[in-house]
Design a protein around this ligand. Sequence first.
Ligand code: GLA
Length: 387
Amino acid sequence: MSEAVAETVAERFGELYAAAPDGVWAAPGRVNLIGEHTDYNDGFVMPFALPHTAVAAVARREDGVLRLHSADIDGPVVELAVDALVPASDKGWTAYPAGVVWALREAGHAVTGADIHLASTVPPGAGLSSSAALEVVTALALNDLFALGLEGPQLARLCRRAENAYVGAPVGIMDQTASACCEPGHALFLDTRDLSQRQIPFDLAAEGMRLLVVDTRVEHSHSEGEYGRRRAGCEKGAALLGVPALRDVPYEGLDAALDRLGDDEEVRRLVRHVVTEDERVERVVSLLEAGDTRAIGPVLAEGHASLRDDFRISCPELDLVVDTALSAGALGARMTGGGFGGSAIVLAEEADVAAVTKAVQEAFVAAGLTAPRVFEAVPSAGARRLG
Ligand code: GLA
């Protein structure tokens, strides 16, 4: 399957640039099992990679020219000069690969140009990290072609730098690390403070369960400023509590911390979400490591309630998925990703998948909403070279 994709993408590269690429690489989108809006608070996250990937056919250049093309946009080839890349100057899809070239060069790596053709199966705007996939696939290809010797976590850091400084989105490190470092059959337990990671076996099919992704088709966007506002609120909370980041507020000390915040209700809610969410990640890790997989269901549902009521980033469509799935017998469900639309995840017994899916689809019809896209998420491989 990946060979066929690699061939198609290489062929199109040949048509566009009249030469064969030096290679073809892939990097996946992700879903986050638990640990939402914790990654810019130095906290814990637990994403896994989707089978959906961004694929890049790339050839190295020595002349300072960067040429970019996307099969998904299918406009003309965009030509840029690597030494004239300017942060925040580009609002389109080219900002992701160009931002990575900029970030690599800013970090002192001699990237002297490239021809790049990209094609992605990660649905855009669905909260499944389509942009991180574009960044990571570009970074991995350039790492190989320019023999930079960078490892997955370093590539993830550079991609985040690209997204923060060049694209202008104030995101954390989760999505890029997931795309760069995930392994098939595992979820990635990541400490976003020291970037230590642990691969946690997560093979639901072997235990008779499934994890569904329900893309509500409500397009989320970080640029609207709500993400940045939540982030600023968390930083305010940490400053008021005199800690470097909300990660440093112990779960056992939460009530005392909330008391200290007095009547700043908004900051109190943000702090409560982050501190309880970090505890939920640790609980999910313990349950999975103890082989008690079904017991993570209620923890996912708690996480959703916290994102909806305290962090206030859900939306009616996401709540509808979660409430309907739980009433139809799902073990757990929650929104995933940045919020304000995008996707929810649903954990269900294999035998209940059809009924739960039907219930969610009927609920959307009854509410007069666009039908959601539902697919099973199997923990898949992180970024890799295809050919
Ligand atoms: C987006 C960001 C991540 C993370 C999540 C919320 O996906 O890119 O860094 O903050 O939202 O958990």
